[in-house]
Design a binder for this molecule. Structure first.
Ligand code: HEM
Length: 169
């Protein structure tokens, strides 16, 4: 899968950025927050969080196994991505894989609970450009896993409210 795919089909990114911009308007992160569920993280970043109306998103992502494969592929794309790989130097790979899988699983309506750090705690000095790079890598990983475009967009929409808690410069 080449980068061309992203250039030919920029609208998932546009969707994400539009939602992220909306999210910025209501952002009020708590500096004392150290742990949070994925949904709490999402609603901390935006007034967009609503009751999950897409219970089958979890199924469409291939349930827990599919999500774990997706996250593993995402991590490979990140390591190969010169734009953001340096940020992940020294990362506890196992912990990242497990926590990100939990987070995506929970946001997708699956039977998981994210128990990692709040996004404001685990991300410092992340730029808009770096955030977009990671989203591009996620799209590449979703393409690699044969995830349909509609499903990709639904996951991106679930992640969009996290944007204000992750990007801080
Ligand atoms: C949609 C965007 C993103 C999501 C959903 C996300 C999600 C996560 C999650 C769930 C963790 C695990 C926290 C924990 O283990 O307690 C994490 C950690 C981390 N993220 Fe992100 N992240 C995103 C964007 C980024 C970007 C753009 C960067 C840098 C370019 C980044 C760098 C890191 C690093 C370095 C850690 C490890 C922090 C640590 O263990 O101390 N993330 N992220």
């Amino acid at each position: 899968m080449s980068n061309l795919t992203i250039l030919e089909r920029p609208w998932p990114l546009l969707l994400l950025l539009t939602l992220a911009t909306l999210g910025c308007q209501n952002h009020s992160p708590s500096p004392t927050e150290t742990r949070a569920t994925a949904e709490q993280n999402a609603s901390a970043g935006a007034g967009l969080a609503t009751a999950d109306q897409s219970a089958d998103l979890y199924d469409a992502l291939g349930k827990r196994d599919g999500i774990e494969r997706l996250v593993e592929d995402l991590m490979h794309f990140i390591v190969d991505d010169k734009r953001i790989a340096p940020q992940f130097k020294g990362l506890n790979v196992e912990r990242f894989h497990s926590n990100l899988s939990d987070q995506i699983c929970e946001l997708a309506g699956g039977p998981c609970q994210y128990e990692g750090m709040a996004m404001t705690e685990s991300h410092h000095g992340i730029t808009e450009t770096q955030f977009n790079a990671l989203v591009e890598d996620l799209i590449l990983a979703m393409e690699k896993n044969g995830i349909a475009t509609g499903t990709q967009n639904r996951l991106l929409a679930k992640l969009a409210p996290l944007h204000p808690a992750i990007v801080d410069r």
